[in-house]
Design a protein around this ligand. Structure first.
Ligand SMILES: [Zn+2]
Length: 188
């Protein structure tokens, strides 16, 4: 973890230095600068908040998964709901419920992926945290060993939620980070 953070800091510092930015610029400063360029070319597409394709995509937060590129999605097409693992937690159900009942989506696409960080850790992570900070997190880590089975469980959680209006078009996939291809998971 520490080495990842250090690498990021080094990379950000190197990039900003070549652009002549003042030392001490953070990665967030870089993002804000990028946003200024984005906004300068931006024109109001005049859309409302309802996704054009009536679909919500629930996916892992993994940095190698570019959902819009990988699925051919355009601005305004879908809701994207992401967390560590693409796990269907209570909070994901909260977002899906609002997505369906207030913003008109009907389909749900679940995307997990190969090489997920959650395969590397166990529920012991919670115990480790408790030992370190003196408080046990209320949430489950939701680590897993079998990604196909994890997608099936996620599909089941969406399908059986009493809060959702539409559970007839729920499909689950594993994204291969090496090939960019989706592999569909049989729900049964
Ligand atoms: Zn992941």
């Amino acid at each position: 973890m520490t080495s990842t953070v250090l690498t990021m800091t080094t990379s950000a510092t190197g990039a900003t230095a070549t652009e002549g930015a003042i030392p001490g610029d953070t990665v967030t400063d870089r993002l804000v600068e990028a946003n200024e360029r984005y906004a300068s070319a931006f024109t109001d597409p005049g859309m409302d908040a309802r996704p054009v394709l009536h679909v919500a995509v629930v996916a892992c937060m993994d940095a190698r998964l570019d959902l819009h590129e990988a699925l051919g999605l355009e601005l305004g097409d879908c809701h994207t709901i992401r967390n560590a693992g693409g796990v269907v937690t209570d909070d994901v159900i909260r977002s899906l419920t609002i997505s369906q009942r207030k913003l008109g989506t009907r389909s749900v696409v679940l995307i997990h992926h190969t090489g997920c960080g959650l395969e590397q850790i166990t529920e012991e992570f919670r115990t480790d945290l408790e030992m370190e900070v003196g408080q046990r997190p209320a949430w489950a880590v939701e680590s897993f060993r079998d990604v196909d089975q994890d997608v099936r469980q996620s599909m089941r959680r969406v399908r059986t939620s009493p809060f959702l209006l539409h559970t007839d078009d729920i499909r689950g996939f594993v994204f291969d980070v090496k090939t960019g291809l989706l592999r569909e998971i049989d729900p049964s």
